[in-house]
Design a protein around this ligand. Structure first.
Ligand SMILES: [Zn+2]
Length: 324
């Protein structure tokens, strides 16, 4: 049997342990000092880092997500879980390419104070969100502009390329008129009920297209004819198959309100089909666009320009800083 009193292995082990403990203590002491210095420097870096993270993640959610519920722009503030600006298509999926919804932008602008501070972003964060269209004809869409942001010591700027749908979904008819329109899609000519349209007629030719209006929407919507230009001796007629008209009018440079025309032509059907017939001279050489649009009756006049009815490339700029 092993005699403990004569066994010196235990003592050797204890001396080893003691030496190891001393070395460890010295290392730990040194490390603590190093950690103190580093953590001091990290505090600054950490707040910057979390500001960066909040700004970038916030911008990502706003651009890439439709928000929750995905029709939040139609709801009361209390029913909104979080906002997102991405437009959803009819199958409720966001389309590719960061297409933002103008309606969601307007709602976020209107209720920014109730939706963003203290909810989407922590209340210690100051923030500006502005969407700059590439086309100079359009003004920037200012969702929120914080005057306090310039006082912030640290400001993070996130700038992303996006598309904005503006009022493109309110477009009932779009025509690009150019010399190639002389040979338009034959099906449009065949569908035209005006017998002399589509027949060679000296120096003139007709381009005829139809659009549909849902009767229930007429009550709180207005209808406009918008053109981006015109050509001499270019005219239009608006009518219906069962309510033909020969009332010829020229284009001007302002949006033309069609409400009275539509009311007087209307036949009280749930869906009404209207025809726009355009008469051009054969020597016409320019090009211009024509839109028929359906907008809410309270739409501001400065939103009745052609740029509003096309998807526009924009820059989404989010600036975030810590409140002082
Ligand atoms: Zn026609």
């Amino acid at each position: 049997m092993l005699n403990i009193a004569q066994d010196d292995r235990g003592f050797i082990f204890s001396t080893d342990l003691l030496l190891a403990l001393i070395v460890l203590t010295v290392i730990l002491g040194l490390s603590a000092e190093v950690v103190d210095t580093v953590s001091y420097k990290m505090q600054d870096y950490g707040s910057r880092n979390s500001l960066e993270r909040l700004a970038h993640e916030g911008a990502d959610i706003l651009i890439k997500s439709p928000g929750s519920p995905d029709n939040w722009e139609e709801l009361n503030v209390g029913e909104i879980k979080y906002p997102g600006l991405s437009r959803v298509d009819y199958d409720h999926s966001p389309p590719e390419g960061h297409l933002l919804s103008y309606k969601k932008i307007l709602k976020l602008k209107k209720d920014y104070g109730k939706i963003i501070p203290g909810n989407f972003f922590p209340s210690y964060l100051d923030c500006s969100i502005v969407i700059y269209p590439v086309d100079n004809a359009l003004d920037p869409l200012v969702i929120h502009d914080s005057s306090q942001l310039s006082l912030s010591k640290e400001v993070v700027v996130v700038n992303r390329s996006v598309l904005c749908d503006y009022r493109s979904q309110e477009r009932l008819l779009y025509m690009n008129i150019n010399p190639d329109s002389v040979n338009p899609d034959p099906c449009f000519i065949e569908k035209c009920h005006q017998l002399n349209h589509g027949i060679e007629d000296g120096e003139d030719y007709w381009i005829c297209r139809n659009f549909r209006i849902e009767r229930s929407r007429m009550k709180d919507h207005s209808y406009y004819l918008i053109n981006t230009g015109t050509a001499p001796h270019t005219y239009w007629i608006l009518d219906q198959s069962y309510h033909k008209s020969n009332h010829i009018r020229g284009f001007n440079n302002h949006p033309f309100n069609l409400d009275n025309d539509i009311k007087s032509l209307s036949t009280n059907l749930d869906y009404e089909v209207f025809y726009l017939h355009i008469n051009l001279k054969k020597e016409f050489s320019g090009s211009f666009e024509i839109f028929v649009v359906e907008v809410p009756v309270d739409t501001p006049l400065d939103e009745l320009k052609s740029e509003f009815f096309q998807i526009q490339p924009c820059y989404f700029v989010l600036k975030a800083g810590l409140k002082n």
